[in-house]
Write a protein that binds this ligand. Structure first.
Ligand code: DQA
Length: 151
């Protein structure tokens, strides 16, 4: 049982820097900064500190998982389009060996067939999708509960 603060890494893949202006009907009006602010505030309640990254480059995300993600207690992972394509990010997450929750703003299973398959879901603790920014917050609650029960 971990009583102290948890360190939670938040990985955001390509085009999530455009949240707020990118297809707002699908992804909502809140920018990534707004999501991270909400996560930080929830972290205050749950005893968790957030360290976040966003990159449009697969190798940068793989490096972050290796260098930063591997030192966290748990990760929230929205790999965006790389969810559906990246063996490199899957392998980096396996190497890091840190429990993670896969999150998506949209319900990927209700979208185009190429979004139905994730290279990450089977190695995740769980998956949250379809609730907009709340997917991150729900994922964070579930992850911290899981980590405190597990340690
Ligand atoms: C996404 C879903 C992915 O299919 C898409 O490529 C994204 C965002 C989501 O949060 O709903 O960029 O991960």
């Amino acid at each position: 049982m971990t009583e102290g603060n948890l360190e939670i890494g938040v990985l955001n893949g390509p085009n999530l820097d455009l949240l707020g202006t990118r297809e707002p009907g699908l992804y909502g009006d809140l920018g990534l900064d707004g999501i991270l602010t909400a996560l930080e505030s929830l972290g205050g309640e749950l005893g968790a500190r957030i360290t976040a990254v966003q990159s449009n480059h697969e190798g940068e995300l793989a490096d972050w998982i290796r260098d930063v993600g591997s030192r966290q207690d748990g990760l929230l992972v929205n790999a965006a389009a790389y969810t559906h394509t990246s063996v490199a990010l899957r392998d980096a997450l396996l190497a890091a060996g840190v429990p993670f929750v896969e999150v998506h703003l949209t319900n990927v299973w209700a979208r185009e067939p190429f979004r139905h398959h994730s290279l990450l879901s089977d190695i995740a603790v769980g998956v949250v999708g379809g609730f907009g920014a709340d997917s991150y917050l729900l994922g964070m609650r579930a992850l911290t509960t899981h980590l405190r029960a597990d340690t």
